[in-house]
Structure formats: C-alpha cells, structure tokens
Design a protein around this ligand. Structure first.
Ligand SMILES: Cc1ncc(COP(=O)(O)O)c(C=O)c1O
Length: 483
C-alpha cells in the first residue's frame, strides 16, 4: 500500500523544513527593502478567491511553491519597520521558531499534564514581574488578543458583582429583571470595550463613557460622579476599564486616582494596557503605572510591543478563583484526566486552545528584562524626538504630544483652510502608502485629520524619525503645490 501523504511528509520533514526555513529567512531579510504597503494585484486576488477544490492531493513542493509565489509577496504592512500605523509589530525571529515547536508538539494550553502547562507558570510570573503586577496568588492567561482578554476580565467582574448582590449570573442569566449592571470606561477607551459591553448583554446604554481631559485622560471626578449617580439610581456598577495607553494618542488614564475610586466603591478595576502596559519598564513612565500593584486585572498584548507573532493577548488577574467561579465547567469525560497539573481552561470560555506560551516565553527569554526595557524605552524616546522635530518645523503642527510611542501631527502650510487641511493630510497618508516608503495612517484628533505615528519595531532608530519627517514635508509640499 502506498504511504499516506502525511507519512511521506513526516519522513521527508527535514528536507521540506529546510526549504521552508530558507524561504522564510529570505522573506525576513528582504522585507526591509520591500515597499511597506503592497496592494494585492487583481490577478492574484482572482486566483486566491477562485481556487478549485483539488480532487487529489498536491505534492508538498507544489504547496510550498504556491505559498511562495501567490501568498508571501502580499503581506499586510505591519511587519515592516517603517509601518507606523497599527499597534502591531514585526515578529521576533526566535518567537517564530518557538511557535513552530509549539505547533509541532500540538499540546493545547487548556490543561493536562505536559511541559507547557508548567512553563506557563514561570512565564506568567515573568510577565507580572516585568510590569510590576503582584505575582503572589495571581494568574496569567494567554488569550487570542486584547479584546478577548478584556472580555474574560469583564465576564468575571460581572459574575462577581452579581454574586455579591445575591444574583447567580450563571443560573439566572441577565433576564431575571434584577439591577442594571453598569460599566465605566474613558471616552477615549478602545472600541473593544464597547464590544465587550455589547457581548456581555450590558448594552451600550449602560456603558458610561467618562469624559476625558485635554490630554485625553479619563477625569476621575467625572467617574466618581457617574458612580454616585448610578448607585443613587439603584444600579449595580460592576467594573471600570481604565486606559493604560490609548491607541489613538498613547494617553494613560490617572490610574492611581482611579484605583482609589475603585477601592472606595468596591468595583473591579481592569486596565486595558493591550498596547501600553509594557511601558511600565520605561523609567520615564514607570510612575504612571505604579497602580498595577493594586488593580484587579490587566490586559497586555504580547502581539503588540513584545514582537510576538499574532495572536496573543495576556490577561493578568489577582482573582483566579473569581475566574474559576465564572467559568469552570468540567465535562465527565475530563474528570478522570484531572491531575495535579493546573487546568487553565477552567478560567476561560474556550476548552481546547493553542499553546501561545512558547513564542511569548522565547521572545522574553531572548531579550531578558533589560532587553524588553530597552525596546520600549527606545520607542518612547523616538516619539519624543519626533515631537521635537514636529515642533521645530514651520509647516508641521503637533496635534497630540508624544505619549508612550505615539505622536499625532499634520502637515500645515500657510493659507490653507481647515477642510482643505483634512483633505491634504488624507492625501499625504495615501501618497506615502502608494510610494512604498512608509505607512502612516490618519486618525481624528480634536476633530482634525491627523497623521498618527506609533513606533514599535525592534529595528526603529533615529534615522527613521528623520526619514519620516522628510517624507511628510516633501510629499506635503508636492501635494500642496498641486492644489
Ligand atoms: C489599547 C487597545 N486595547 C485593546 C485592543 C484590542 O486588542 P486585539 O486587537 O488584540 O483584540 C487594542 C488593539 O488594537 C488596543 O490598542
């Protein structure tokens, strides 16, 4: 009998792997020389969306050829060091390799007695130590991203608040006509918080978007007033989500003051540090994250600043037992398998889930505490340098100062109306993308179209700041001259 194709591939694995690794090595080395943004050509789109289902299997060589020819030339820009837009970075090479080890071993992180379950214990402690979260009695869960980490925390907070009010959320659900559950976040909070409110059945009507100050930070007095108002109305405030680095501006909410309020009213405080929490390692920002020592939970994404390949969002929590109470459900067929080893799935929605631990562990192991600190500190310093360059340039206007590694500004030559400036800056962003020289998307700041720059890549340095400033001014002048 002919060998099963997967048996043949297993037997030829080293040779296939060597070819694949050469292909990937060339990809990583060539990426910095390639255009940052690439548009998938029409013919390729057509090919990719209309592939016929093969009746018979293809050879591994044909499959690798296809990937090399039709897929690898058309990535999203985020892996390129001059992609300054979305809060995703290029993957650390060692994390890619560790991820291949995880895929090869194919052991889920949900539980059972295997090595990664125990490695996860050290990794969780490492992440907590890096950002100053208490390690004793805490738990780290690696989920698919920031949205799912925050959803996990808020589901648990909802369950706990309801239980404290004599309400068994798991049995009764939301339809028993009890109190209104109220969630608080900054008006500058990430869209994922609204999605959590919708997903949890809280409803956006019961998500209080607390006013931010001129520096885009939640106003504690407004938070307090909202909570007091809700309590007076007989509602049940169940969680506050504070911002540990806003995506748009890098703004960090006043975490200490918010933690005081959360403590006073006994409300779960979650910090969305998906992007920014790693900056607790930067001496310039450390004090702003001091409250990590007393918050209930934090979201922070290894697939952002830590350069871990997508996907991975970490949840740090002080209350593993509260998560267990909100989630644990062990089917009979798993009871017998329960051993002394921890079973992380009891703290979350998924049962089987991927081993994200190895890639995160490898990235941190490769850099050490000093290396992660150097990375975030350098990126933040580049944002500060960019802010200075913008302030010095007569044709640039700062729209939000450097906070963490984000800066917002626009090209602003004299004599151009507000509406025309919006259009001009949109065009600058588009032209830069089309040129392939960088990716600088636009956002809205104080109702103005802004060029938003975020440094995250391990290879970014001062020459990128100078290149970026020169690019915006040159393309801006060309476009302004045409209009
Ligand atoms: C501050 C912040 N919170 C939450 C998220 C959502 O994270 P994810 O995209 O991993 O679900 C993001 C992502 O861009 C973010 O920047």
């Amino acid at each position: 009998m002919a060998k099963h194709p997967f048996v043949s591939d297993r037997d030829a694995f080293e040779a296939l792997g060597e070819r694949t690794v050469r292909m990937l090595g060339a990809y990583l080395r060539d990426l910095p020389k390639e255009p940052v943004d690439r548009v998938v050509p029409q013919a390729v789109r057509q090919t990719l969306i209309s592939l016929p289902l093969p009746e018979h299997g293809q050879s591994p060589e044909e499959i690798l050829d296809f990937l090399q020819r039709e897929v690898m030339p058309w990535p999203i820009a985020t892996g390129h060091k001059r992609s300054y837009g979305w809060v995703n970075s290029g993957p650390a090479p060692i994390a890619l390799l560790a991820d291949a080890v995880a895929s090869t071993m194919d052991c889920g992180l949900d539980g059972y007695d295997h090595s990664a379950i125990f490695l996860m214990k050290s990794l969780g402690r490492w992440i907590m130590e890096l950002v100053g979260f208490p390690t004793e009695g805490s738990l780290c869960i690696l989920l698919s991203g920031g949205s799912s980490a925050t959803l996990n925390a808020l589901t648990t907070a909802r369950h706990r608040a309801a239980a404290q009010d004599g309400w068994n959320m798991r049995a009764e659900g939301l339809q028993s006509g009890r109190k209104k559950l109220i969630l608080y976040s900054s008006a500058e909070g990430h869209s994922s918080i609204q999605k959590c409110a919708e997903q949890l059945g809280i409803g956006t009507a019961n998500l209080r978007a607390i006013e931010a100050d001129a520096a885009f930070r939640m106003q504690p007095a407004a938070l307090r007033a909202a909570i007091e108002g809700d309590l007076k109305a007989g509602h049940l405030p169940f969680a506050i989500v504070a911002c540990g680095g806003a995506t748009n501006t890098g703004a960090i909410d006043p975490l200490d003051e918010i933690a005081d309020i959360a403590q006073e009213f006994g409300i779960w405080l979650h910090v969305d540090g998906a992007f920014g929490a790693w900056a607790a390692l930067d001496p310039a920002y450390r004090a702003q994250f001091r409250a990590f020592a007393r918050v209930d939970s934090i979201t922070l994404n290894p697939h952002k600043w830590l350069q871990v390949p997508i996907d991975c969002g970490a949840l740090l929590t002080r209350h593993p037992e509260a998560h267990r109470a909100a989630y644990s459900l062990t089917p009979d067929y798993l009871e017998a398998g329960h051993s002394e080893a921890p079973w992380p799935y009891e703290h979350m929605f998924q049962l089987t889930y991927g081993n994200r631990a190895l890639k995160v562990w490898a990235a941190i192991a490769r850099l050490g505490r000093a290396g992660v600190a150097e990375l975030v500190t350098r990126c933040n310093a580049l944002a500060t340098l960019l802010e200075r360059r913008v302030r010095e340039a007569p044709d640039l206007e700062l729209l939000s100062p450097a906070s963490l590694s984000v800066v917002n500004f626009r090209y602003r030559p004299g004599g151009v109306s507000e509406a025309a400036l919006d259009t001009l800056n949109e065009k600058i962003s588009e032209s830069i993308s089309a040129s392939g020289a960088a990716h600088i998307p636009t956002t809205r700041i104080h109702d103005k179209t802004s060029l938003r720059v975020c440094f995250l890549h391990y290879e970014n340095d001062e020459s990128d700041v100078e290149h970026l400033i020169g690019l915006v001014r040159r393309i801006g002048a060309e476009l302004a001259g045409q209009s």
